[in-house]
Design a protein around this ligand. Sequence first.
Ligand SMILES: C[S@@+](CC[C@H](N)C(=O)[O-])C[C@H]1O[C@@H](n2cnc3c(N)ncnc32)[C@H](O)[C@@H]1O
Length: 210
Amino acid sequence: MANPIRVIGVGPGNPDYTAPLAVDLIRSSDVLVGGERLLAHYAGLGKECFPLHNNLREMIEFIEERRQDSVVAVLASGDPGFYGILGYLKKHFPEEELKVVPGLSSIQLACAKLCMSWHDAAFYSVHGRDMEGLADLVRANSKVVVLTDPNKTPGLIARELVAKGISNMKVYVCENLSYEDERIDEYEIETVPDNAGNSGCVLVITGSGK
Ligand SMILES: C[S@@+](CC[C@H](N)C(=O)[O-])C[C@H]1O[C@@H](n2cnc3c(N)ncnc32)[C@H](O)[C@@H]1O
C-alpha cells in the first residue's frame, strides 16, 4: 500500500517558527516537495527534493509515484489549510491519505507583531485571485486581514478600495515576517505608497483600531 502523504506547515519562513514535531517529520521523510525558499532550509539533509513553482500537475504525478516506496513530505508555508496547498492536494488524494501538521500562519505572526487579536477578523486572499468581494468584506467588518501577491500590491488594493468609497481606515503592511528584513508600516488607507509590500505581504485593514 502507498505511504500516507505528510503535509507539513513550516510557518512563515524563519525555521525558528517551525514546530519541533514538523522538523522531526521532515527529517524522517525520504522525499521533500515545496517551494525553493522552504526547501533551502532543509538542503543539508540531502533528501530528494521536488521544487514547486507553477508545476502542480507534475507535483501530483511525482508524489503518486514516489509514495509507492518512500515517505513524501509536502512543505507548506504558514499553515497548509489557510489559503495553502491542502485544498489542491485534497482534490487528488483522499483525506485518509493526507497527514496534516499545522504551522504558524503568516496572519498569526502579523497579528502577534501588531499585538492584535484576530478572532474578530475576516480573511481574504488576493494571492493569484481577483479582488471581487473585498470592498464588501471591508464594509461589513471592522478588521480584515488580506494575503497579497506581487501583482496585487497593498497600494493597488488600497486605491481600489478608496475608489469604491472606503475611507477612514488604517492599513498595516506586514512584509518578510520572521526574516531579518521584516518590516511593518502603518498608513491611512488613502496614503499607502506604490512600493509598500510589493513582494507579497499580510495587509491588515482596520476601522476600529487594534
Ligand atoms: C499562498 S499564500 C500562503 C499562506 C500560508 N498558508 C499562511 O498560512 O501564511 C502566500 C501569501 O502568504 C503571505 N505570506 C506568507 N509568508 C509571509 C511572510 N513571511 N511575510 C509576509 N507575508 C507572508 C503573503 O501574502 C503571500 O503572498
